[in-house]
Design a protein around this ligand. Structure first.
Ligand SMILES: Cc1ncc(COP(=O)(O)O)c(C=O)c1O
Length: 454
């Protein structure tokens, strides 16, 4: 292992320098990436030096998501303490299903879950760390399904169950509806206002319609940070409706649920304590490496009912509450807790708050820039870390693709209603105001050369 660690250190040192010099890599064409980097397998293994060269090539050609010019997705940057935690998790290689195998790592995960419950406002909840926000949403849906129709766990779905989510919500909801046996056709898409927030009147209408048609409404998904506009649904207003019709309320905070750490921004999820479950991705706003998703619920017993199963070959000590396999979706499960804990312990609650607040600050910087420059059109609103805009009426797809192909910046585009626009996500809390302004400079230079070449 010592040799590999030495190589790892050398390689990472080179990568960190490269990230500074060339924040964006030249993309390799899909038609030749496998042959260009010799990714295929041979019968014989390869010599050490040749192997090192090959690994280095693959690493150096990989898109750089931790740099100052990566804005393409809803994560970015690098928190060194969290990276170290993840490296240690790989090295320790515990599986999180039992206390016997995970030991203190199970205690670490339980501590995170317990603190998340108290931040959300669940007095005696529980939770787990699924492999991503989509799976957190899936677990919420399964708990809601089983709670609504008790027999489902054993007999499967027998009646037409309907669920509600806004048209701006994440695509995992219809996928999950299919996985859970509810069916994609039973997902009702609720209109949004022009800010991308769920229209609560429309929600009530849709529920009434379904009741009149003999369906069983059971679940509403509210979003804290929609994927494109970064909008926050009005949780308190949605909770009123869920309480009236006795529906499970899940808050999908995969993108921006991290606001629970911020005194200044947690008002965006007001009413969250009235929800039945709440999820957030620490690998988004909280800067932890992928994946690090947390779901908590106020119904501890329902989490166990939906996800536990006897398995004598697995549960062999009397550790119950520390046998985390009894509340998780997987059997063998990687340790996603340690990286979040190493970061959190190091910076404290206040450090996590600073990460979140800085993202909103950077978003204000970007929004202000767009608003003050007449060549730009702005599509997004305050209290969002997605800054959506167009520049000089250049189609967003054309501009983003040109920046990617020229290896000048990684930024994506999105759509809301009829509008398609560039979506700048200020989620890398390591960025400064200057770096956000630099992004616009890079974009404008890219647009100039695009226009010159067309
Ligand atoms: C609102 C929302 N929910 C869920 C997800 C899915 O999270 P994951 O990519 O971790 O599965 C995303 C991802 O961007 C999201 O924006």
């Amino acid at each position: 292992m010592q040799d590999e660690l030495k190589f790892f250190n050398e390689l990472v040192s080179k990568l960190l320098i490269k990230e500074q010099q060339e924040p964006v890599v030249n993309p390799l064409p899909t038609t030749s990436v496998i042959s260009d980097l010799n990714l295929g397998f041979q019968d014989e293994g390869m010599g050490e030096e040749e192997w090192k060269k090959l690994v280095e090539d693959a690493v150096m050609h990989t898109p750089r998501t931790a740099t100052k010019l990566f804005f393409n997705q809803l994560y970015g940057g690098r928190q060194p303490k969290a990276v170290l935690g993840d490296l240690l998790a790989v090295l320790l290689n515990n599986s999180m299903y039992t206390y016997k195998v995970a030991g203190p790592q199970a205690g670490i995960e339980k501590t995170i879950i317990s603190k998340a419950c108290s931040l959300v406002g669940y007095e005696s909840g529980d939770g787990t760390m699924p492999p991503g926000g989509s799976m957190s949403n899936f677990m919420a849906l399964v708990m809601a399904r089983d709670a609504a129709v008790e027999s489902t766990r054993n007999k499967g779905v027998t009646n037409q169950m309907t669920l509600y989510t806004s048209s701006a919500s994440h695509y995992s909801t219809p996928k999950n509806a299919a996985f859970a046996g509810i069916g994609r056709d039973n997902v009702r898409y609720i209109n949004t206002n022009d800010k991308g927030e769920m229209d609560v009147t429309h929600l009530a209408q849709k529920i009434e319609e379904d009741l009149q048609n003999g369906c069983t409404p059971f679940y509403v998904n509210a979003t804290a940070g929609t994927t494109v506009l970064g909008a926050f649904d009005d949780i308190a207003a949605i909770a009123d409706i869920c309480e009236k019709y006795k529906l499970w309320l899940h808050v999908d905070g995969a993108y921006c649920g991290g606001v629970i750490f911020s005194e200044k921004y947690k008002h965006l999820v007001n009413g969250m304590e009235r929800s039945d479950s709440f999820s957030f991705n620490a690998h988004k706003m909280l800067g932890t490496p992928l994946s690090c998703s947390i779901i908590v619920t106020k119904h501890k017993e329902l989490l166990t009912k939906s996800f536990s199963n006897d398995a004598e070959y697995l549960y062999q000590t009397d550790a119950d509450d520390f046998d985390l396999g009894k509340t998780s979706i997987q059997c063998g499960r990687r340790n996603d807790a340690l990286k979040f804990w190493t970061l959190w312990k190091s910076v404290g609650n206040k450090g996590l708050e600073k990460l979140v607040d800085n993202q909103f600050y950077l978003a204000d910087v970007a929004r202000e820039y767009v608003q003050n420059h007449p060549d730009y059109t702005l599509y997004s609103f305050p209290d969002s870390i997605s800054i959506c805009f167009n520049y000089k009426n250049i189609p967003a797809k054309t501009l983003c693709t040109a920046l990617y192909e020229d290896a000048t910046a990684m930024v994506g585009y999105g759509q809301f209603g009829q509008d398609e626009f560039v979506r700048l996500v200020t989620i890398n809390a390591n960025n400064s105001k200057e770096e956000i302004l630099k992004f616009f400079e890079v974009l404008e230079t890219g647009a100039l050369s695009l226009q010159a070449n067309s």
